[in-house]
Design a protein around this ligand. Structure first.
Ligand code: BG6
Length: 484
């Protein structure tokens, strides 16, 4: 009998997103997406707080007119579009039970506002799902992973415009109908909380186009909440045996000290993070956000019926990404360290990755327990992992013990949380195959069990190589997390 802390049928696997993986940005009838417009900027030259944010019309124009030599890494990805069979065979060799991927919205509706989908795009995902199912790997599909068609930005200023809800619903219904027999696990918006931090990536908005920025950000978010709930409704109607969830970039926030000011600051930061899942899991805006809107003169325009839509079509499970924790201080001038999109005070008890992300396996257990207590719905960790520089040794091997250590510690804490009563249904580590970084567009920031021979400028053979962590993770899955 197994002594594993992980339940039978636990969904082990890996996670990716179309824009960081597929490449072939202008093949198969695909339209441009917002991430196709993000240029690589070397580390020394980075100036923006969120490097991938495009703010204005002029900036977008410049990117659209960039010369031939411009470096847009997400346009080339790692060429999964042409190599998916080889990659899926490697996932199968590791024993994946599930594979998280996203559908690129502009592959299906190139402009976003058409009435008829692009058959070539639909056929591509049919082939990918068939290949996964051939090996018994369940596809776990995100409808929108920062892949808004660029045309919707240009014509409607993205999610600021209510009409985008209708376009998204059409897209969601199209893929639910088409893949109803193939895909049983769905997610609506990846890291929906990014929309308040990066309006371009999260909501497809050029923020310089609007007068009242905060108002526009929350209005766009409201439209996404409604669209997400309508997608849940459609999924339940079209694929009754499917599960559909929401997705949060989870930040566990600690108070810097036991000074009540720090404790309050941490609580408030945490509420800001959990607000998104409050709406999607509980089905209504929490009172602390309503007070915040009132204090800041933000008025969300709701159509009759919106509240009912949110309340009726809540998600079946809650998924989240977890890379780091944060520290909040009650004192406003405390120096903040930069993380992914987030920043906080340095935690002296934790080490950080080469990108300054503070590594905190126990924080994952804290978060699992807290989220389960708060929501009482199944949880799914759909991203976690270590972005690191890897070295290919002379004999071709890649000894990524640091990655194994990171994952081992996090998986162990997951096991403890399950033992302590948390209903966790799966784990897909981020970037199971090296891919383009979301925040920096680097290729050299690697997360994979599988190495891809490509550098930040697109040089390389794209050859795939197994890292040491490949065999390690294979054994973790084979023993259902018993041997770490
Ligand atoms: C999450 C995103 O924010 O973190 C992924 O959902 C992203 O798309 C991942 O790749 C890791 O971030 P980065 O910037 O290291 O790629």
């Amino acid at each position: 009998m197994s002594n594993s802390r992980f339940p039978e049928g636990f969904l082990w696997g890996g996670a990716t997103a179309a824009n960081q993986l597929e490449g072939a940005y202008n093949e198969g009838g695909k339209g441009l997406s917002i991430f196709d417009m993000v240029e690589f900027v070397p580390k020394e030259e980075r100036t923006k707080s969120v490097e991938m944010d495009v703010r204005s019309e002029t900036e977008l124009e410049e990117l659209l007119n960039a010369d031939e030599g411009a470096n847009f890494p997400k346009r080339r990805g790692i060429d999964f579009y042409h190599r998916y069979k080889e990659d899926i065979a490697l996932f199968a060799e590791m024993g994946f039970k599930t594979f998280r991927m996203s559908i690129s919205w502009p592959r299906i509706f190139p402009n976003g506002d058409e009435t008829e989908p692009n058959e070539e795009g639909l056929a591509f995902y049919d082939n990918v799902f068939d290949e996964l199912l051939k090996y018994g790997i369940e596809p776990l599909v995100t409808l929108s992973h920062y892949e808004i068609p660029l045309h919707l930005v240009q014509k409607y200023n993205g999610w600021e415009d209510r009409r985008v809800v209708e376009f998204f619903t059409r897209y969601a219904e199209t893929v639910f109908h088409r893949y109803q027999d193939k895909v049983k696990y769905w997610l609506t918006f990846n890291e929906i909380n990014i929309s308040t931090l990066s309006p371009y990536i999260g909501s497809g908005m050029l923020i310089d186009r609007v007068e009242n920025k905060e108002q526009a950000i929350y209005q766009a978010l409201h439209h996404q909440f409604v669209a997400s709930a309508l997608a849940v409704k459609a999924c339940h109607e079209i694929i009754p045996d499917a599960m559909i969830g929401c997705m949060l970039a989870r930040m566990e926030v600690y108070p810097e000290t036991c000074n009540p000011d720090d404790v309050l600051a941490a609580l408030e930061e945490d509420q800001k993070n959990l607000f998104f899942t409050d709406v999607q899991v509980r089905g209504y805006y929490p009172s602390f956000m309503l007070s915040y809107f009132e204090e800041n003169n933000i008025e969300i325009e709701m159509l009759p019926g919106d509240e009912e839509i949110l309340a009726t079509h809540t998600v079946d499970y809650l998924s989240f990404s977890y890379y780091m924790s944060m520290v909040a201080s009650g004192s406003p001038d405390k120096k903040r360290e930069k993380g992914n999109f987030f920043s906080g005070v340095k935690n002296p008890y934790l080490e950080a990755s080469d990108w300054g992300w503070q590594i905190d396996p126990k924080g994952l257990r804290v978060t699992l327990k807290k989220m389960y207590d708060r929501y009482q719905v199944p949880l799914f960790i759909v991203e976690n992992g270590l972005g690191a520089y890897d070295t290919v040794e002379e004999d071709g091997s890649i000894i990524d013990d640091y990655r194994i250590d990171y994952l081992r510690a996090h998986i162990d804490q997951m096991g403890e949380a399950i033992k302590e009563g948390v209903d966790l249904i799966g784990y897909t580590s981020w970037g199971c195959i090296d891919l383009i970084s979301a925040s920096t567009s680097e290729m050299s920031k690697r997360y994979g069990f599988i190495y891809v021979d490509q550098d930040d400028y697109g040089h390389g053979t794209l050859e795939r190589k197994k890292k040491k962590s490949f065999e390690w993770y294979k054994n973790v899955i084979a023993t259902n997390g018993e041997e770490l």
